[in-house]
Structure formats: C-alpha cells, structure tokens
Ligand binder design. Structure first.
Ligand code: SIN
Ligand code: CO
Length: 388
C-alpha cells in the first residue's frame, strides 16, 4: 500500500510533508501525478450532476440572476445548454463515492489518517470560471485534472467584515494575490485551512479537490450531547436534597453553581463514551441510497464465493475506522460499531485500509475463519460485494 508514497509527493517525503507543510503552509507539487490521465471527463461530471442524490452546484459569476449565483442540482441537460461561454463552474461533491477510479486516488493519501478524509470534489470550469476568492476551513489538495488553472493565494488573516454580504457564496471583498502558480494536469497545490485562494480557469478545465475534514469543537460538542440525550432522554437532573435556607433567595449560591458545573463537566468527562461516540460520528455516511447485494450468504457459502471470485470489493460509500483499546478493538463502519477481539487487528486493518481484498493475501492466516465470519457479516450488510 505504501509502495509509491515518495513518488507521489515528488522530492518531499511524507514525513517531511507533514512536518513542514501539513496545516502550516501551502505546498506546490509539480507533477505529483506524472502524466495524469483524469479518470473522469467533463461530460461524465455533468452526467453525475444530473443524478438524484448527488450533491452538485453551478456557480455563475456574472450571467445568473445576480452576481455569484449558486444553483443546486440535480440538473437537466437543458440547464447546461443555457450556460454562458465563460465565467461559470460546475462542482460535484463526493465523486469518490460514485466513481471507483476516483476513489482509488485516495490510497495515495494514506500518510494522513483515513478518518480525516472528507471527499473528492471535482469541478469543471469554463474559461475564466472560478468560485471567487475565498477561504476554506479544511485542508485541501487541489489536483489539476485537465486544462490549465491559475491559482493565486494570500495567507493573511481575514475577519467576517472582509466578506461580501448577502451572497450565495462567502467571497472576499478585496483579494490581493501574494503568490501565484499556473497548474497543469498532474500538478497539485496543497492549502492548509484558512489560506485565501482564487483559482481561475485560463482554459476550460477540471480540478479535483481532495478535502480533509477537521470537525469544529462546537460541532463535536453539539453532536455528542445530542447523541447522549437521544440515548438517555431522562438522564441526570439537578437535585438538592441538602438545600439550606439562603440568606438571599435571589442569589444563585456557590453550592448551586458548583452542582451545575459538575453536572455539565461530568457529561464531557466520559472518555470511553466520547471515544465510542466519535468512532460512530466520524464514520457516519454523508449520502443516500446504497447498492444492495441480491443474496445473503452464510459463512460457508461466503467462503466458497470468495475463493471463486478471489476479490471482495468494499463499497466506496463506506467510511470506516478502528480504535485499539487495551484488551479489544472497536471497528466502526458507517456509524455502527463492531467489537473485535484484539487478535483480529489484522481484520480491522484489512477492512479499513483496503478497498479490494484479495483472498490469496490472507488464505493462510491462522485466524482465517474468524476473519471470514466478520467479512461475511459485512457482506450481508451490503458493505462488501463481489463483482460479476
Ligand atoms: C474549484 O474547484 O473551483 C474550487 C476549489 C476550491 O477553491 O477549493
Ligand atoms: Co477553496
């Protein structure tokens, strides 16, 4: 899996990339993907944007009903026919979930934990198309797919007042480029969160945004608390059997405040609860309908099928991760948890790191049958499938 790690980052080792650039400063990697042959064309991207359940947007800089108008998909062919010649972009999210060749690109980023991956968004821009100067709150690798795009960046700090009010997009009022590069197919620009950037298509082009998520503290706390409340709606309540007469009944006493603080802090002090909740939260699926296997198999039938087909495919909508505890492992897939004995670390790695599992790579493993039972269960839950 790690064979061509170095090749992909040019002369920078993944260790150096993390040390010098990751979340610190932009990094241009010329020919990160030498002779890159973009697995998806503009027409196929437009086709995806016409499908139900796929998140897509059209951004019209000048020729919409108002400046920087954003229209949301699904679109129809006639939506594309009525577009101007220049200054627009089509953006499609989660393309890695829908196009296996795009999902395969994620393996190159295995020097970053997979749970940090958000999605691969692909944009098609007409000549002069862009989404305006803006900031993102996530790390992104901007890989040029086809055509040329000029990227300009400015790492200054910005405040809320620096954005144009009342637009569909958060666009900076004034943007002064401090550094710029022309990207050609296979070139890749890494940007940490918060670096202002503007990418203008100098000719019609496709750009892949490999985005990494970093949940905000408020998102985490809100979600964790919502989850805890859903699981115990009538949980702990304020109680004061030790109440004494107060000198000033209008006062909130130190003792009462202490109880309130303790009640609230104890909700966030449940470290094991937080770990389990986080595994589920971060592997929750973003999008809708998933393919369903036609048959359900028992472990024996599953094993014969696996031996015959040789390759087991993981659905690309799947999000997975695992946590190692002292005496067990918890595997998380699409927001569900699966406890595993710690001897089955091999299975947890196989499931979370490989999109395609080759039977021959573990047919002699001493825990073969135990691993097959887990894979069979996941097959029956439509997380895996056989081709053909
Ligand atoms: C784009 O591909 O047009 C936008 C990508 C970005 O600026 O993050
Ligand atoms: Co951006």
């Amino acid at each position: 899996m790690s064979g061509d790690k170095n090749k992909f980052l040019g002369n920078i080792s993944p260790e150096n990339f993390l040390k010098e650039y990751w979340q610190k400063q932009p990094c241009l990697i010329r020919q990160a993907f030498p002779d890159f042959n973009c697995p998806l064309g503009a027409d196929e991207l437009a086709g995806l944007a016409c499908e139900d359940g796929i998140r897509s947007r059209l951004v019209l800089e000048k020729d919409g009903d108002y400046p920087w108008q954003v229209k949301h998909g699904p679109f129809t062919e006639s939506d594309f026919k009525s577009l101007p010649d220049t200054h627009w972009s089509l953006l499609v999210q989660d393309v890695n979930q829908h196009v296996p060749e795009i999902a395969a690109l994620l393996q190159h980023f295995c020097f970053i934990p997979f749970w940090r991956i958000d999605d691969i968004m692909i944009s098609y821009a007409a000549e002069q198309g862009s989404v305006g100067p803006h900031l993102d709150s996530y790390d992104v690798f901007l890989l040029q797919g086809t055509g040329k795009r000029q990227w300009q960046i400015n790492p200054d700090d910005y405040s809320e007042d620096d954005f144009i009010p009342d637009l569909d997009l958060r666009i900076l009022k004034h943007f002064q480029s401090k550094q710029d590069w022309m990207l050609e197919p296979g070139d890749m620009l890494y940007l940490p969160p918060g670096v202002a950037h503007l990418g203008i298509a100098v000719e019609p082009c496709l750009t892949l945004s490999i985005g990494f998520l970093a949940p905000s503290r408020s998102e985490l706390i809100t979600n964790f608390i919502d989850d805890s409340l859903a699981n115990s709606p009538h949980g702990i309540r304020y109680s004061d059997p030790d109440l004494k007469i107060q000198q000033h009944p209008g006062e909130i006493s130190k003792q009462s405040l202490e109880k309130i603080r303790h009640m609230m802090a104890s909700a966030l002090a449940d470290t094991a609860g937080i770990d389990h909740w986080f595994g589920k939260y971060i592997t929750r699926m973003q999008t809708g309908p998933v393919p369903v296997n036609e048959t359900r198999l028992d472990p024996a039938a599953f094993k014969s099928c696996f031996m015959e087909k040789e390759i087991l495919h993981r659905n690309d909508y799947c999000r997975s991760a695992f946590i190692q505890h002292d005496n067990k492992i918890t595997l998380f897939i699409n927001g569900e948890e699966y406890p595993l004995p710690k001897e089955l670390l091999f299975a947890a790695k196989l499931i979370t790191e490989q999109r395609r599992i080759d039977f021959r790579t573990f047919e002699n493993h001493p825990l073969l049958n135990e691993i097959l039972v887990i894979l069979c269960e996941l097959y029956n839950q439509d997380i895996y499938y056989f081709e053909g």
